[in-house]
Unconditional design. Sequence first.
Length: 306
Amino acid sequence: MTVTVLQKVPRRTRRPRGARRTAVGWLFLAPFTVVFLVYTAIPTVAALGFSLTDLRGADLRHPFAVDFTGLDNYLRLFQDQSFLRDILNTAVFVAVGVPLTMGIGLALALALNSGIRRLRGVFRTVFFAPVVTNVVAVALIWQYAFNAGGTVNKTLGAVGFAGPNWLDDPNLTMPVVILLGVWRNFGIAMVLFLAGLQAIPQNVYEAASLDGAGRWRQLRHITLPLLRPTTLMVSVLLTVFYLQVFDEPYLLTNGGPLGSTESVALYTYHQFGAGEFGMSSAASFVTLVLVMLVSAVQFRLLRPRT
C-alpha cells in the first residue's frame, strides 16, 4: 500500500493589508508634505533663527558675519513704543471686529434660514461677494468715499451735516478701517453660520414649539447651544484674521495718521522693508504666540458641552 504524503506548498508572503494602506496614505500625503515643508516648516524654522540674530539687509552679502544675539530683538520690540502701540491697535481690531462680524453674520444667517427661503441663493451670493472682491479695488473705492469731498461727506452734507476728514483724523480712521474689515468678512461668518443652522434637526424645534417655546426661547436654548461648534470655528478664524490684519490698514492709510491704524503685521512689514530682518522675524513670532494664546482661550471657553 502506497501512502502519498501531500506537502503544503508555502504561499508567497504578502504584504500586510494595513501596511499597504499606510503606504498608499503616505503616497497621497506626499505632495502636501513637500509643500508644507518647503513653504511653511522650513521658512518658519529659518525665521526663528533670524529672530535670534542681528541680521540686516546689508548683512546678506556676508551671511557668516551675522552675530547670535539671543532674545535681544524681542527685548527691543517690547521697548519700542511703536510696537506697543501697534499691539494695542491690533487688540482693538480683534475686540471690535470679531464680535461685530460674528453678530452681522449670525443675524443674516438666521434671516436666510427662517425668513428668506425662496431667494436664499441670491442673497447668499450677494452677501458673500465682498469676500471674493479684489481688496485693492475696494480700498480705492473706500478711499474716495471717505475723503473730505467723498461720497460719505456729500451724503451727510445733503442732510445738513458737515462731514469730517475721515482718513486724516486719528480718532476716526480706526473705525473706518475696522468697518472695511467687517464688510469684507461678514460673508464668511454668514455662510458658516447658515451651514450650522441647516445641520440642526427640525424636529427639535417642533418639539420645543409643542412645549410652548417661542422664537426667542428656541434661539436661546436650542439654536445658540447647538451652534457652539460653528461659533468656535468662526470665532477662531476671524480672530486669526484680525490678529494678522494687514490689507485694510495698508491700503487705506498705510498705518497712519500718526500710526493710529498700524497693526503688528504692518509693523513687521515696515521692519522688513527697512532691512531689519531680525526684528521683523521677532515681530512675526510675537504675532504667532498671540494667535496661539487667543485661540487656546477660545477653545477653552467655546468648546462644545454635552
